[in-house]
Design a protein around this ligand. Structure first.
Ligand SMILES: Nc1ncnc2c1ncn2[C@@H]1O[C@H](COP(=O)(O)OP(=O)(O)OP(=O)(O)O)[C@@H](O)[C@H]1O
Length: 291
């Protein structure tokens, strides 16, 4: 008997051409699965998907989309005992990149190798976060990107350059329970994963299965520190940079005093004045590729 699989596809994510053909090719290469394709509409997808997930005892959920789509599917999967494999169709695909899955062919390889394990989920003011959330520079960038009409990596890079020159530090109170302290940072990152979809490694020592996440405050000043930061992100070496501060915790409360823009897994979130983050009680089974 074939295994039951649901293939959730976001037709709007990213700018990869011929997605329908790729979806068909993936299905053809998984003959042991009986695959149903389910496309998102952008309207109440989580609620609609929860119903579909309740109809059958699915063994595998393939998610063709970016981080926002995976976050939505992970929320809808609550209470379901199945595993998820990302199929990187989004613009940046941060979670898939952290899992070593950089193309749809990698998704097939991870399924063939069978490497999967339960990974931590973060609870951020009651929402699920799988990968990264951040305040400041990158969130501002994503907000501009969402408000614009261009998709894909070139538009992302264009906005990135524009945001770079408008940058200012924001104040945050970091309350780790044992200690409260104020920090100024142009960007404050909460990282369950290690990398952005661009490959920039923001959390070189992070693990998604250790019951901890990292809080990383970055406050580079001047061109030289920006160059050092860029080098560190590429070379996976942020230790020793005195404008980078890192905490490893299982919970934290943050006060966002200057109303810095905020996003969770690439989706902008409004009204994030006080944000409580903790390692969630539930985990999610994810396929990955060993690098
Ligand atoms: N059919 C659709 N039409 C328009 N928007 C959609 C549709 N399906 C999902 N969405 C929206 O797509 C967003 C999630 O996109 P996702 O993060 O997966 O991709 P992405 O990497 O951001 O790619 P892109 O930047 O091209 O959107 C959500 O905001 C969701 O509401």
């Amino acid at each position: 008997m074939k295994h039951s699989a649901l293939f959730v596809v976001n037709p709007f994510s990213g700018d990869l051409p011929h997605k329908d053909e790729i979806v068909r090719s993936i299905c053809d290469q998984l003959p042991s699965y009986d695959i149903r394709i389910w496309k998102t509409t952008g309207e109440q997808d989580k609620e609609k998907l929860s119903k579909v997930l309740g109809e059958v005892s699915w063994e595998l959920i393939l998610v063709g989309g970016g981080d926002g789509t995976i976050k939505m599917v992970a929320e809808a999967m609550e209470g379901k005992d199945c595993c998820l494999v990302p199929v990187p169709f989004g613009s940046a695909n941060g979670l898939a990149t952290c899992l070593g899955i950089e193309s749809w062919e990698d998704s097939l390889k991870s399924l063939a190798s069978g490497t999967r394990k339960p990974m931590d989920l973060l609870e951020v003011n009651g929402q699920v976060c799988l990968h990264l959330c951040d305040f400041g520079f990158n969130a501002d960038l994503i907000r501009k990107f969402e408000e614009g009409h261009e998709r894909g990596m070139p538009a992302y890079l264009k906005n990135s350059l524009a945001s770079f020159f408008e940058l200012k530090p924001y104040r945050f109170e970091v309350n780790t329970g044992a200690k409260k302290e104020w920090v100024s940072a142009k960007m404050l990152v909460i990282a369950n994963g290690t990398k952005y979809g661009t490959g920039a490694t923001i959390n070189p020592h992070g693990r998604m299965d250790d019951g901890l996440f990292e809080i990383i405050a970055l406050n580079p000043e001047g061109m030289q520190e920006w160059v050092e930061l860029t080098y560190g992100l590429v070379k996976k070496e942020l230790d020793g940079l005195d404008f980078v501060q890192t905490w490893s915790r299982s919970s934290v409360r943050l006060l966002n005093a200057d109303d810095a823009p905020f996003h969770i897994d690439g989706e902008p979130v409004a009204g994030a004045e006080s944000v409580e983050i903790r390692i969630g009680k539930r985990k999610i089974c994810l396929y990955y590729l060993d690098s």
